[in-house]
Design a protein around this ligand. Structure first.
Ligand SMILES: [Zn+2]
Length: 234
């Protein structure tokens, strides 16, 4: 199962998971036109779209994707917040199948109506991928994971040096996004014996440092895990 980032920032998020038989778009926080350019829609197609929550940088072209006839999966809270008819409604731990990929949504912790992360298991290669972004923390351990794609939004030390940042903005970051040390502490608790890739998502423009984040994560995971930050792109 492969994970590809098309865009990963507060300006837009879109990722592709592909196991050779089923191709999923995770998040659609770009203009439809830009998404089609980046993903090569039409030529290779998508089987379904999964949307974690209603914020525009994750859901921007959801309505167009529904109109284009793609199954677009999201929680009821997300669909209501987007005032979107025609979405496929999913629930926390309500397992479902898209082609050869088994999907288990799980709750995340963010200032959104009903945000979700996703555990994906491929029936083709048996690999497990977990994707969660825009969440202060994670409530579940994921055994046997092959690929992790998790938010690494900010560094509290960098944030504390942003003196001109309004308190409201600062509170919003700390109450709704993942701090790099929170991620590292979480990774320490996982069995990563099967994990080959860790992708860091949604690095903040002002309060992250890509290389520093990669090094921090590398120090707490086994040496066989490749660690990379998704390009902001989009
Ligand atoms: Zn968000």
């Amino acid at each position: 199962m492969t994970f590809t980032s098309l865009a990963s920032s507060s300006h837009g998020n879109a990722y592709i998971v592909d196991d050779g038989q089923t191709r999923l778009l995770l998040e659609c926080g770009l203009s439809f036109r830009r998404l089609k350019q980046l993903a090569g829609f039409g030529a290779s197609g998508m089987d379904a779209v999964l949307v974690s929550h209603e914020h525009r940088d994750h859901s921007r072209c959801a309505a167009e994707l529904v109109r284009a006839g793609l199954p677009v999966y999201m929680s009821e809270g997300t669909a209501d917040a987007l005032e979107l008819d025609g979405a496929e409604i999913i629930t926390d731990r309500g397992q479902f199948l898209v082609g050869t990929i088994d999907v288990v949504p799980f709750r995340t912790f963010h200032d959104a109506a009903e945000p979700l992360g996703f555990l994906l298991r491929s029936g083709v290669d048996g690999e497990v991928l977990v994707m969660a972004t825009d969440t202060v923390s994670l409530a579940y351990r994921f055994p046997g994971v092959s690929v992790l794609a998790l938010e690494a939004n900010y560094d509290s030390a960098i944030l504390s040096r942003c003196e001109r940042m309004p308190d409201k903005v600062r509170r919003r970051i700390t109450n709704s996004h993942m701090e790099i040390d929170t991620l590292c502490d979480y990774l320490r608790t996982l069995d990563l014996s099967n994990c080959r890739e860790i992708w860091l998502l949604h690095l903040s423009d002002a309060t992250s440092h890509e290389l520093h984040f990669i090094h921090k994560v590398q120090r707490v995971v086994p040496p066989w895990c490749k660690v990379a930050a998704c390009p902001k792109g989009g």
